[in-house]
Design a binder for this molecule. Structure first.
Ligand code: 7RM
Length: 652
């Protein structure tokens, strides 16, 4: 099979699931998929009602969907406790002693929480939050490493109706401040630190720095992860409390109360085309139904599976496919704290072997890094427990797909390439592993209830192989409900292109078989290692530095990261440019946003290429960094010499 990798990489290769896989899968044939898809589109209330019912509601809904574009309400009148559906329900259904989370710390320790233990921990921590005066709809920020306590904190918030907002542990103190202010958080849950690549991430220290600027926060609860190893954290009296000390003061019993199906569950910030991240708001009943059903059908989760999603809980993938979807399915999952290359690139495969992982979900950027590291890492591990593989975050290049298929899947695991977004809450376009014929590079077909289409500028549907904008024409249960505190931006960002339809911001095309091929973002959003980053965010971080007059940021194709950040900077009058200054600016971006936003390269330019009306022509800069020259139309440039000078600088 490996010969095939070299010989032809055309769209013609089609991979079908084995008969053996299909026989045991939840969806066994294309006929079954088509029948269910038809029903999900024609009678969404009946289709989704059946899925939702499996979650255990405290009160049944009266109406499945109320749609006044662009606002949807799902399961109106129903009452549900999301945490009860993810945890308590399994105690009654015979899973009390089943492993819910098998956790591995980066230094190597291992810990298992059964559903019963998870229940006790969550109830206990819910009582801690209540004792600290956290009430329904209060916003609670979570800034933690990948420990079970991160999931426990999320579930405890859900249990008492508080709205969590998780911020990725790699973001900086300044990023915390922006988000605290935007959602007006009342409490923060953090850790003394987390392990990453052998080092310690000083989470509490970052929180302390952020709280110098945001004073409205009342309570900080600190989970002890590092203990003696790290520098001792400072605890501010009356504000900061140790998780374990507070937990010891309260009971581990808690009766879950039902909340409205549309009760807010969480806010998650994501990059858009302005400098200010958007707080994507998700609610309860519909979100859980979407994440539950996608896990069930796309990951084909079954009672004896061991599932592992390598994402961080700070991203939507960690919310939907670590915290909520898998637990709603009562599956056993692996959770890993650290980096894929610690101590070396064999770590993931050691974990797969150690816990007999059967379903594995990761990002193309990780796969490309593994390819580069060398085949001896997976070759020397027993990966035969795997039966299904998944990817998410960006288009997967056919080479990476084939390597994943051969080297990790041993040539017989279906691959689900899942397209979705923070905004969609759950997977939207993906193969169903027991039936969909797959091709390297396409996310294939829409999931149940997803009315996806590709439209041209006039709103006409594009034909096969015609590029256009990806839209969703009908509401779906796990869709975002708004941008927190900014309905105007919600309408303008997602609902303005075509009346009543959701625009994803991605360019795409279909092939003759109806498969969706996602090309990439159409707006000024980069995808760096599968993470969304707005060029405007990086630009505003740069211009906040005292020496910078102007900045333009573009993405450059990168072998492993997919895209790398490249910045063009004009400094103020008297300032001398140097390598040292470039380094200082890179670190500055790291301080303002986080390490993922640091530019790979900074080019100093006396001025930036602009149109006569003063708009920076990012299109030219993008071409310049990708190819080293500018071939396109430059006649609208105000000063053509600017781009020629930059071209000369890049060619040096
Ligand atoms: C889940 C997640 C969303 C953006 C999206 C796309 C890109 C994600 C795929 C993909 C091609 C995929 N949420 N994207 N998955 N592109 N194929 N399977 O990543 O909000 O952080 O990013 O990511 O551009 O719009 S996200």
């Amino acid at each position: 099979m490996s010969k095939k990798i070299e010989s032809h990489l055309s769209e013609e290769r089609v991979f079908k699931p084995s008969k053996d896989f299909s026989k045991k899968a939840r969806i066994k044939s294309m006929a079954q998929y088509k029948r269910m898809y038809r029903e999900s589109i024609d009678k969404p209330g009946i289709f989704w009602g059946r899925e939702a019912k499996e979650l255990g509601w405290q009160k049944k809904w009266t109406k499945a969907l109320e749609w006044k574009a662009p606002y949807a309400k799902w399961f109106v009148g129903g009452k549900i406790n999301v945490c009860e559906s993810c945890v308590d329900r399994h105690l009654k259904e015979g899973r009390a002693n089943k492993a819910a989370i098998i956790w591995e710390g980066e230094p190597g320790e291992s810990r298992t929480l059964t559903y019963r233990q998870l229940h006790r921990e969550v109830c206990n921590f819910a009582n801690v939050l209540l004792a600290k005066g956290i009430k329904s709809k209060d916003r609670v920020m979570i800034y933690m490493p990948m420990t079970p306590e991160a999931v426990i904190a999320m579930l405890a918030c859900a249990r008492i109706g508080a709205v969590h907002s998780v911020i990725f542990g790699g973001f900086s103190a300044d990023s915390i401040v922006d988000r605290l202010e935007d959602c007006q958080a009342k409490a923060m849950i953090t850790s003394d630190g987390g392990y990453r690549r052998g080092g310690v991430v000083p989470l509490k220290e970052n929180v302390d720095a952020a709280l110098k600027k945001y004073k409205a926060l009342e309570t900080v609860i600190v989970h002890q992860r590092i203990g003696e190893i790290g520098a001792p954290v400072k605890m501010k009296k009356g504000r900061d409390f140790w998780w374990h000390e507070e937990a010891a003061k309260v009971s581990s019993h808690h009766e879950p109360k039902g909340f409205d199906s549309e009760h807010p569950l969480f806010i998650l910030y994501t990059s858009g085309s302005t400098g200010k991240p958007k707080g994507i708001l998700h609610t309860s009943g519909g979100y859980l139904t979407g994440t539950y059903a996608t896990c069930k059908y796309i990951f084909d989760m079954q009672e004896d599976d061991v599932y592992w999603c390598t994402a961080d809980v700070g991203w939507i993938t960690g919310h939907s496919y670590i915290a909520y979807g898998p637990l709603a399915n009562g599956v056993t999952q692996v959770m890993y704290e650290g980096a894929p290359n610690h101590p070396d690139f064999g770590r993931f495969w050691d974990i797969v072997e150690k816990y007999s992982v059967s379903i594995f979900y990761t990002a193309p950027t990780a796969i490309r890094a593994f390819i580069k590291a060398g085949d001896h890492f997976p070759d020397s591990r027993d990966l035969s427990s795997l039966r299904l593989l998944g990817t998410v975050g960006e288009p997967i290049n056919p080479e990476a797909w084939m390597w994943y298929h051969e080297k990790i899947g041993g040539g017989n695991c279906p691959i689900v390439d899942t397209w979705w977004q923070t905004e969609t809450g759950a997977i939207m376009i993906s193969p169903l592993p027991g039936c969909t014929p797959t091709k390297p590079g396409t996310a294939t077909l829409p999931f149940f209830g997803v009315d996806a289409a590709i439209l041209d500028e006039t709103g006409e549907e594009c034909g096969p192989n015609e590029g256009g904008k990806l839209v969703i024409r009908k509401p779906w249960p796990s869709m975002l409900r708004s941008i927190y505190g900014d309905k105007k931006r919600y309408r303008e960002t997602y609902w303005n292109d075509y009346p009543g339809m959701y625009t994803a911001g991605d360019g795409a095309r279909t092939d003759k078989a109806g498969n969706f091929w996602i090309v990439g973002r159409l707006d000024d959003v980069l995808n760096v290692s599968g993470h969304r980053l707005g060029t405007a965010e990086v630009e505003s971080a740069l211009v906040a530095h005292k020496v910078v007059a102007e900045a333009a940021v573009v993405g450059r194709p990168h072998e492993i990261k997919g895209q790398a950040v490249v910045a063009f900077v004009t400094v103020k009058g008297e300032v001398k440019t140097s390598d040292t200054l470039a380094k200082e600016l890179r670190n500055h971006v790291g301080t303002v946003i986080g390490a993922i936003a640091k530019p790979d390269a900074i080019y100093f330019a006396p001025s930036l290429p602009k149109t006569r009306s003063g708009k920076i022509m990012r299109r030219l800069l993008k071409e310049l960094v990708a190819t080293g020259k500018v071939s396109g139309n430059v006649t609208t440039l105000e000063d053509q010499q600017v781009i020629l000078d930059l071209q000369a600088q890049l060619q040096q």
